[in-house]
Design a protein around this ligand. Structure first.
Ligand SMILES: [Zn+2]
Length: 198
């Protein structure tokens, strides 16, 4: 067989997609999952130090999709009524990674920082006896806060347009008023959005 550049390129792409990427995905997944307690402890202490906040306890973490219909698991989900961060189980993770040539690989540490932002908001709601409701105000504010947590710690850019928008709405408020404002944002998201045209 004569190898030309085209064939070599094709072999390289197939090799990456079918061998190297799945091997890397498998390694990253199990390394994160095996050490999840340590990752959570480290992420919490980093957030407390860098952001100047105080977390109330620790969330549960599960490596399977949330056990009910209607929840779309993008990278992970935080479920407020069980205080649980859900990552996906191994086989769907491997399948998604392989089928998308690694484009949908999860940056676990970044996602964990984001989900801890949801956990932080949830504890504020619980302390103030506010029921969780998934409306546009809550979504804008809490996704913005979760992204603020992730990007402040990890200096990462978002992939999604909506996450950028939510982040850019919430970030200036927190930077101007300090992290203490997060409590008011979570308690009255509608007030902030209406008052400041967020
Ligand atoms: Zn989120």
């Amino acid at each position: 067989m004569k190898l030309n550049l085209k064939k070599l390129g094709a072999i390289a792409i197939i090799g990456y997609s079918l061998i190297f990427n799945p091997i890397k995905t498998t390694k990253d997944y199990w390394s994160f999952r095996r050490n999840i307690d340590q990752h959570v402890i480290e992420a919490i202490s980093l957030q407390e130090k860098e952001l100047g906040i105080k977390h109330q306890g620790r969330p549960n973490v599960k490596f399977r999709r949330p056990p009910f219909e209607g929840v779309y698991l993008a990278e992970a989900n935080y479920i407020p009524w069980t205080d649980t961060i859900h990552f996906d189980s191994f086989l769907p993770t491997l399948f998604i990674s392989t089928a998308t040539f690694g484009l949908c690989n999860i940056n676990y540490r970044g996602v964990l920082h984001h989900e801890l932002g949801h956990f932080y908001c949830d504890k504020i709601r619980e302390r103030n006896n506010i029921a969780f409701s998934n409306n546009q105000f809550t979504r804008t504010i809490e996704e913005g806060i979760a992204e603020y947590f992730r990007r402040s710690i990890r200096s990462e850019k978002a992939g999604h347009g909506s996450y950028n928008r939510w982040y850019n709405k919430v970030k200036p408020v927190i930077e101007k008023e300090g992290v203490e404002v997060i409590e008011s944002l979570v308690i009255s998201p509608d007030k902030f959005i209406n008052a400041q045209h967020l």
